[in-house]
Design a protein around this ligand. Structure first.
Ligand code: FEO
Length: 392
């Protein structure tokens, strides 16, 4: 599917990356991804919105050859990250008179990344417009979705919003439009959790701004296009600002079964108290699934053994990630076991300064759990249930 027509003058011409399984060498991609670019033909000028990842550059240039455009006037760079801007050099080699249109911060980044030279770029301020002849592009600065230089582009006559990373999903699909709501919702939530969640306070403001626009479709630069913009805008509003759910996310590692015994007991105790638990064995889990669960869980309980005086390294990684992703979690606790001492609790609590949480009394014990330890876990489960009820 090299190109798809959205209407007579607007085309999708992206690239599907079916077998990519990792993004930024960090984020698991169970469903691959797509890099969506869009071509808009006005009466006088033609513009390309974003390009594709450099690994697909040859494919993308072949598509441009195939559709036979003889003139390209502008390439809008909504975002400087290489999966959208990495093919700018190849596109401008083919169309040397085309100008890149982007925010001032994006211009600086493109020059820093060697993707453009000073004279190739037109900077646009927030709210600036560009006429293609019967088609007007409006540029709306939306910093931090996903980097500080990002913007979205609004095609006024058609009310199409080209949102780049914002509202995206890592989903390689031959269906241009979102059809399977459950599948797309899950992929978009994963994308939000892994990429957008740290910036949710900025996103709240961007959503307020977009609610004032009349939007007929949202065309992101990853994943399917939304013909029902409310589907994804409502989802985002819920993820950034909705109520925290009666859920405990429990990532854990156990070396000699002591921590696992505690984890399993706590899961039962939480269940008896009416609390849902999402359990993640950090030696095998997909870290993206853990991130999705953090979007709306009220509590995180970390389970760890003690290794060389501190938490297990996989637990340290998960705590670092949770702190970086900044979920809206309200409560945190720590459970685990040690053999000869350590400072695991202090280490882990110091690792999460960005989480605005109340730390509930940890249950960290020596060796296997005994009667008093089970009582402490019962107390923790009851306390979590009580705290969650207060959120309702
Ligand atoms: Fe799809 Fe932030 O790049």
């Amino acid at each position: 599917m090299p190109t798809e027509k959205i209407n007579e003058d607007v085309f999708w011409l992206g690239a599907l990356d079916w077998d990519r399984r990792l993004f930024d060498e960090l984020i698991p991609l169970p469903d691959g991804t797509s890099y969506n670019a869009y071509l808009i033909r006005g009466n006088e000028k033609t513009a390309l919105i974003d390009t594709v990842d450099p690994k697909m550059a040859d494919y993308f240039i072949a598509i441009l050859d195939q559709i036979g455009i003889d003139q390209l006037d502008y390439v809008v760079a909504n975002h400087a990250e290489q999966d959208h801007s990495g093919t700018l050099v190849a596109v401008l080699e083919k169309f040397p008179n085309a100008k890149i249109v982007c925010t001032p911060k994006c211009k600086k980044m493109l020059i820093d990344f060697d993707l453009a030279s000073e004279d190739q770029v037109i900077e646009v301020e927030n709210g600036a417009t560009l006429s293609l002849g019967g088609k007007t592009l409006e540029f709306l600065h939306t910093p931090w979705v996903h980097w500080p230089e990002t913007m979205v582009t609004y095609l006024q006559e058609e009310e199409f919003l080209f949102s780049c990373d914002f509202f995206g999903s890592h989903l390689a699909s031959t269906e241009l439009y979102s059809k399977d709501d459950d599948l797309v919702y899950r992929a978009a939530k994963r994308y939000y959790a892994e990429i957008m969640m740290p910036f949710r306070n900025k996103i709240i403001k961007h959503l307020e701004m977009l609610r004032k626009l009349s939007i007929s479709i949202i065309a992101p630069s990853h994943g399917p296009i939304y013909r029902n913009p409310d589907f994804i805008i409502n989802a985002y509003e819920n993820w950034v600002n909705g109520p925290q759910k009666n859920i405990v996310v429990l990532p854990f590692v156990s070396m000699h079964n002591s921590t696992r015994t505690m984890v399993e007991y706590l899961v039962d105790a939480l269940f008896r108290n009416g609390v849902t638990v999402k359990l993640f064995n950090l030696t095998t889990t997909d870290i993206g699934e853990l991130a999705i669960s953090l979007v709306d869980a009220a509590t995180i309980v970390i389970g760890s053994p003690t290794v060389l005086g501190g938490a297990h390294p996989n637990v340290v990684y998960a705590a670092y990630l949770a702190n970086a992703l900044r979920p809206r979690t309200k409560f945190v606790s720590i459970i685990g076991s040690y053999s000869w001492g350590g400072r695991m609790v202090q280490q882990l609590t110091e690792m999460i300064p960005k989480l605005d949480v109340e730390v509930l009394d940890p249950v960290v014990i020596k060796g296997m759990p005994k009667t008093a330890d089970y009582a402490a876990l019962d107390h923790l489960a009851a306390l979590i249930a009580e705290k969650h009820k207060m959120l309702e």
